[in-house]
Write a protein that binds this ligand. Structure first.
Ligand code: 13P
Length: 254
């Protein structure tokens, strides 16, 4: 059994005060819902406040990106040890917005993912094809290439810490979600690749999240798919009631 993960990617929204106000409102709404791990990914300047606010709660917090080195003359960067020093437990790596607007490549992601593991941060590896890839039949090839670059020489003994987020670029912030069947099939492709790399046991245990226009109205049908182990939510995670509805609807029984 894979414990689901429902994660909020707040992107460039919410200052520290707004982030803490969210948590105060959100926590009572989800405290009794035990079905999934809940992780918040605030912007860099809010992360320390969020880490403090989630300490001693069931919520966890992580960064939206990081550098791979521990320190150095890299203006504007944040290191893995800086993240762990404030209590962050997770890090998003390879989000398509980082690739599009900050020139992050999967070769960078490879360095970062290894650094995350070395520093006991849980990496959430984001993958996803462009609309043109899907239309031209290159979805599987694109995802394999992304995984090949991101996971090159990744130590198999750390593979159990990995979380993967499948986020088709054409579904992010657009309101068009992949159908549950398309998402499920694509997660299957990713899981088979994980099996080739790390073996059956790791592949079966790895949580693969879906991201791209997840809302309270569509999360249940996504979570009903056998290969979908959670959601990485952008826009709909910004309001505490909407995000709590997503968590509630993800597990109708809880
Ligand atoms: P939306 O939920 O706003 O489509 O964003 C998805 C996303 O990019 C999460 O990382």
């Amino acid at each position: 059994m894979r414990q689901p993960v429902i994660a909020a990617n707040w992107k460039m929204y919410k200052n520290p005060a707004e982030s803490v106000a969210f948590i105060r409102e959100f926590l009572p709404l989800v405290e009794h819902l035990s079905g999934s791990d809940i992780v918040l990914f605030p912007t860099a300047t809010s992360l320390a406040s969020v880490c403090d606010a989630v300490a001693e709660t069931r919520l966890m917090a992580g960064a939206q990106t990081m550098h791979w080195l521990s320190e150095g003359p890299y203006t504007g960067q944040t290191s893995p040890t800086m993240l762990t020093s404030i209590g962050a437990t997770h890090v998003l790596l390879g989000h398509s917005e980082r690739r599009l607007y900050a020139n992050e490549t999967y070769e960078h992601v490879n360095l970062k993912i290894k650094a995350a593991c070395a520093n006991h941060l849980i990496p959430v590896l984001c993958l996803g094809e462009m609309l043109s890839d899907r239309q031209e039949g290159y979805t599987a090839d694109t995802l394999m290439a992304q995984m090949g670059a991101a996971l090159a020489n990744f130590p198999a003994e750390r593979a159990h810490t990995l979380i993967v987020a499948y986020e088709p670029v054409w579904a992010i912030g657009t309101g068009s979600t992949a159908t549950p069947e398309v998402a499920n099939d694509t997660h299957g492709i990713i899981r088979r690749d994980l099996e080739k790399r790390f073996g059956r046991e790791i592949a079966d245990a790895t949580r693969i999240l879906y991201g791209g226009s997840v809302k309270p109205e569509n999360v249940a049908e996504m979570m009903a798919q056998p290969e979908i182990d959670g959601a990485l939510v952008g826009g709909a995670s910004l309001d505490p009631h909407t995000f709590a509805d997503i968590i509630r609807n993800a597990h109708p029984a809880s």
